[in-house]
Design a protein around this ligand. Structure first.
Ligand code: UDP
Length: 377
């Protein structure tokens, strides 16, 4: 096989597998995918927990959501989605609130009974003194949107735990991921046209993506630039760039996660797939209960699986890029090295050092394939 490789793809996440599928089915060329892990799917990998048979997402709950018609149409060739709609709750001082912050959160937190207009005026007063033309960091931005009380309760400590730093050190755009609503809508991804969970789990999508016999997949394979695999046309690398270049310009900052699984002898532990714990006294940020992701499945009523999520700094398992100026400048240096290389393509969350959702990654892979198609046809 090694002699017959037209394209080498490093990393079996969405970016790598979507490009592999396109190359095999449209360009009709041979592909070898390597992954350092023992499975396909990158951080979207899902499997059944052996004793409860509950499908869970090994690297944290992933909800597929998009408004990109091209992506939605494409991915539906490889899976059906159930009608799951994501709702998140936050447990603050042993009381449950809705997230993102909506009218119910505001009324319940302040003990009010505001209508939407009253709530908006109320928050306007709370945020007035924090309004600026330009927000330099996460905390500034958050206070200007929701005011100090809600920020202190639901955001400040959660963000400190999640990112391992004071929110003043974080870019303001992370806060843009959290909408503020003056109505009772509790759909986390209300801004997207489509959402759901793949009915057969995420891993099945990846198996379907790489079904073509022109695609070979090899597990537990670390890639380096000295590797003796030389593809005929190009290499598509989706891993972190600092590692690729032996950290010669320094290490990129990543926030990582670890998970603690527990089986509880209860049909339903928390009544929802994710509950956030914003207080510092809990070392975890949230508890996942994956049973709720598949309401269409008939799970046993004897037990449930719960998973606590703990952020950490393990750079060997990178999840979230610490996208500050320092790290971006290092990433730029690595990218300049890539630009000097011939037929070496990069992309995806790790290589781009970007906080992509799944649909953004798929979209970027489809666009990149168009370029590959023009160049190597
Ligand atoms: N966040 C928070 N409190 C919450 C939920 C989120 O402070 O209850 C902040 C936190 O900084 C997080 C960011 O909002 O990193 C984005 O949240 P999102 O739910 O999009 O994070 P993801 O699910 O991608 O980890």
């Amino acid at each position: 096989m090694k002699k017959n490789i037209d394209f080498l793809i490093v990393g079996a996440g969405f970016y790598g597998c979507v490009i592999a599928e396109r190359i095999a089915n449209v360009l009709k060329k041979n592909v070898l995918i390597l992954d350092k892990r023992d499975h396909i799917g990158g951080n979207c990998f899902s499997e059944k927990e052996p004793s409860t048979k509950i499908e869970y997402h090994k690297y944290g709950t992933h909800i597929f959501h998009t408004s990109n018609h091209k992506v939605w149409k494409y991915i539906n060739n490889f899976t059906k989605f159930n009608n799951y709609k994501h709702q998140v709750l936050s447990n603050y001082k042993n009381k449950i609130y809705q997230m993102p912050i909506n009218l119910e959160t505001i009324n319940s937190f302040y003990g009010k009974n505001f209508n939407p207009r009253d709530a908006e005026n109320f928050i306007k007063k709370k945020t007035k003194k924090f309004k600026k033309n330009n927000y330099l960091n996460f905390e500034d931005k958050a206070k200007s949107q929701i005011g100090e009380d809600l920020y202190e309760a639901f955001i400040k400590s959660y963000t400190t735990k999640q990112w391992g730093t004071n929110p003043k050190n974080l870019p303001s755009n992370i806060f843009n991921r959290l909408p503020l609503r003056f109505n009772y809508n509790e759909d986390y991804f209300n801004n997207c046209i489509w959402q759901g969970i793949p009915v057969d789990g995420y891993t099945k999508i990846f198996e379907n993506l790489i079904q073509n016999t022109r695609i070979k997949f090899d597990t537990l394979k670390e890639y380096n630039l000295e590797a003796d695999i030389k593809p005929k046309y190009a290499t598509i690398y989706t891993g972190p760039l600092d590692k690729l270049f032996n950290y010669k310009f320094g290490k990129l900052g990543w926030r990582s996660l670890s998970f603690k699984k527990k089986i509880v002898k209860q049909f339903d532990y928390q009544g929802n797939s994710v509950i956030n714990y914003p207080q510092l006294k809990y070392k975890f940020t949230r508890i996942h209960e994956p049973k709720h992701l598949h309401p269409e499945r008939n799970y046993s009523n004897k037990s449930s699986l719960i998973i606590e999520e703990y952020p950490n700094n393990n750079f060997k398992e990178p999840y979230y890029p610490i996208n500050d100026n320092y790290n971006r400048s290092i990433h730029r240096l690595y990218k300049q090295e890539i630009n000097k290389m011939k037929n070496f393509i990069i992309g995806g969350r790790l290589a781009d050092y970007a906080y992509y959702d799944m649909d953004m990654t798929i979209s970027a892979a489809l666009v990149k394939f168009e370029k590959i198609n023009r160049e190597f046809k």
